[in-house]
Design a protein around this ligand. Structure first.
Ligand code: ADP
Ligand code: MG
Length: 698
């Protein structure tokens, strides 16, 4: 070992030069991802045993956890017992006690009379004697060995064949008294007290070597706070940079402009819409680019809000782009915008892949010369080939296809205000992390006068009754969607029993509903045919639209009040909720019938949540819990450090606290250059590198 290095131990000292580690263990450590002393400190235990130091057998008390060391005097294995039982008696110089293991075949292989063992557990009185049931134990090879009472106690590390948990523990313990010198505090006393946090060096000591649950809990709280705090600091700094280094056109919203815009809508805006508009107007009035997420369930009235913002941009002599993920949706946005803008002087255009040749060249010219005020199109299209004269606002309707990268790409070319709309309610946990650099506005309540949406899980034996019910509604001139999990059973190579739209379309139109007009819509049809089918459905020339999840995105037909989802157990919660958003858009009640034959517990709990709740936020919180945070939120994907201890669902309160603390810090010291923030700053640069631009700020 290099003693000079040992003396100036630093957090980034290579693990090989740390006390207790030589070349061989360094190699084994590297395989576990441990390269420096700091990696070792952050190599957290996966579990703990809280075991007291050994006592003599005559000191044992019933129902108190204790450890004893004794000589195995006698064993007995009843392999035919139910369950098989292994018994042993051990003795020390003060007495004898009994041990019993149910399913004890594994113990039989390890114990025999004459061996010395250390046993830990909670003895209880059985037939007037003290007996341990299923105790933890280790065999002490030779009674002369000085048994290490820690063997059954303390931290348990994720280990490998080359480096055991015990060896890791030893390395940590050999260095533990240097923690206070090595680990620098981030905060002052007042901050720690106010937030009920212990100091950082102590937290590292206690997480590796807690005396009890209380110390462990305090250590975890502190270290989780720091992880979340550093993440939020990254977000806060990114936001600060965005706001202070990229100028945008501030929009004025006079009363005259406001009332001119409102006259465009044939209804009064709801309270939620007004609140959200106020927030947006406030954003747009600033000379820095707005970056706001507008969320609200399908049909909650977001398009109106987006149009308000677009018209405000136009009133301020800039252009607005409204972008949708698909051509169908772009089309639909354009239709509804046209409805509101009839006879308006505002110049607007729809630009899709179908517009080609001279017409396209002409349109692009008008956009780049500023003759056109509002451009509606697909996200891909607008990003690819359109040059604006003075783009002031971009509205991105992402529905559920939330693409962080697409937003980033657009922002590089221009510096417009940005409003992102989503119909997937994003749980608070995610608006604070994955979408943490966006401001969030929410429309909770839909416009008045909507019918209820009733959701039922239909089991196989109720299928005919459900068909009868649907028939009645269709006779009353309502329309229905039938949604299937796949398109074509014949071309599909996967062997499944899942129903397919093409085949079921035949069954429905010929056998079940021959008296009604049944049409097919799916993603493999060309877009002309698709648009034609949608038009016919909208104008009630079609009664039943058979489809796949393509209709998930954006169809708006208020007269369609029935939705059947086949093999509903095969859809995710967010998907089911999105699909259901197609109905309930008119005044009459709507019905969502989930056809499902399943005993799968996860599927059943999804179906139950759907029948119980229409609240998108409640559903997305459930979704997050059912799927776990990992699937929806990967810190790395968002340029944030990974979380080792904290979890954004279970530690939501700490996340909240850390966020407040981080944003407060950036507000007071946006470059983290005050001397008291030195330690945070250097940690941050180490963790993020130049990803958050702290280096540029410096
Ligand atoms: P979203 O974009 O959130 O799905 P839309 O803006 O398309 O919702 O609105 C859904 C329907 O509600 C549209 O038909 C629209 O005309 C209507 N609507 C929107 N706002 C109001 C309102 N304040 N009062 C009455 N109807 C409204
Ligand atoms: Mg919409």
């Amino acid at each position: 070992m290099d003693s000079k290095k040992q003396n100036n131990l630093e957090l980034d000292t290579p693990i090989q030069f740390v006390k207790g580690v030589g070349p061989a263990r360094a190699k084994a450590s590297a395989e576990l991802g441990i390269h420096t002393l700091y990696d070792m400190l952050e190599y957290f235990p996966r579990d703990y045993n809280f075991m007291p130091s050994p006592v003599k057998i005559d000191q044992l008390k019933p129902n108190r956890v204790a450890t004893v060391i004794g000589l195995v005097e006698q064993t007995d294995f009843n392999r035919f017992g139910r369950p098989p039982i292994f018994k042993a008696a051990i003795a020390d110089d003060t007495g004898i006690c009994q041990l019993i293991w149910f399913h004890g075949a594994y113990v039989q292989k390890m114990l025999e009379p004459g061996k010395t063992i250390m046993v830990s557990g909670k003895p209880a009185v059985y037939k007037n004697r003290l007996q341990f049931t299923n105790p933890k134990f280790i065999v002490i090879e030779s009674p002369a060995d000085d048994p290490d009472p820690d063997v059954l106690a303390g931290a348990v590390y994720p280990a490998s064949a080359k480096l055991s948990s015990r060896q890791i523990k030893n390395i940590i313990h050999k260095n533990i008294d240097k923690f206070p010198d090595l680990i620098k505090e981030y905060y002052d006393r007042d901050f720690l007290k106010k937030n009920e946090l212990i100091d950082r060096a102590k937290a590292f000591k206690w997480i590796h070597d807690p005396k009890d649950d209380r110390q462990l809990a305090q250590a975890k709280r502190r270290l989780k706070h720091d992880e979340l705090f550093l993440m939020q600091l990254g977000i806060a700094l990114r936001r600060y940079k965005h706001r202070h280094f990229s100028p945008a056109t501030p929009f004025k919203c006079t009363d005259a402009v406001d009332s001119r815009i409102r006259k465009r809508f044939p209804f009064l805006l709801t309270e939620d819409q007004n609140n959200v508009i106020n927030q947006i107007v406030e954003d747009l009035a600033k000379p820095v680019p707005a970056n706001r997420l507008l969320q609200g369930d399908v049909g909650s009235g977001k398009t109106v809000v987006a149009l308000y913002a677009a018209l405000l941009a136009v009133a301020n002599k800039t252009q607005a782009a409204i972008m949708a993920p698909t051509e169908i949706l772009a089309n639909q946005h354009f239709i509804s915008i046209e409805r509101y803008l009839k006879n308006s002087k505002v110049k607007r255009t729809l630009i899709t892949g179908g517009i080609t040749g001279k017409k396209r060249t002409e349109l692009l010219k008008q956009i780049s010369s500023g003759q056109i005020d509002i451009v509606v199109g697909t996200i891909a299209l607008v990003q690819e080939d359109i040059e604006f004269k003075n783009l002031g606002l971009v509205v991105i309707d992402e529905q559920h296809k939330f693409g962080v990268h697409q937003r980033a790409k657009l922002r590089k070319d221009h510096c417009p205000h940005c409003l992102v709309m989503t119909a997937t309610p994003i749980p608070r946990t995610l608006t604070m992390t994955a979408f943490g650099d966006l401001d969030v506005s929410t429309i909770k309540n839909p416009p008045p006068g909507r019918g209820k949406v009733v959701t039922r899980w239909v089991q196989p034996h109720d299928r005919d009754a459900a068909y009868d019910f649907i028939r009645q509604r269709l006779k009353a001139k309502k329309q229905a969607y039938f949604v299937y999990p796949r398109i074509d059973a014949e071309s599909d190579e996967k062997q499944t029993d899942l129903k397919a739209a093409i085949q079921e379309h035949k069954v429905l139109s010929r056998k079940i509903f021959p008296e009604f007009r049944v049409a097919l819509l799916h993603g493999q049809m060309n877009s002309e045919k698709k648009n034609e089918t949608m038009r016919q459905f909208r104008s009630k020339k079609i009664d039943i639209l058979v489809s796949t999840i393509v209709i998930e995105v954006g169809l708006d037909v208020p007269n369609a009040t029935i939705m059947v989802i086949e093999n509903a157990n095969n859809f995710g919660l967010a998907q089911l909720h999105q699909l259901r958003g197609r109905i309930g858009r008119g005044q009459s009640n709507s019905y969502c019938l989930l056809f499902a034959d399943t005993e799968n517990e996860a599927a059943i709990s999804r179906l139950e949540i759907m029948t119980r709740s229409n609240d998108g936020f409640e559903i997305s919180e459930h979704d997050l819990k059912l799927r776990g945070p990992g699937e929806l939120f990967s810190a790395r994907q968002h340029g944030l450090p990974d979380l080792k201890l904290a979890n954004i669902i279970d530690d939501f309160e700490l996340l909240n606290l850390a966020r407040i603390n981080a944003f407060e810090l950036v507000k007071n010291d946006p470059t983290l250059s005050k001397p008291q923030h030195k330690n945070i700053r250097s940690t941050l640069i180490k963790k993020f590198g130049d990803k958050i631009g702290l280096a540029d700020i410096a």
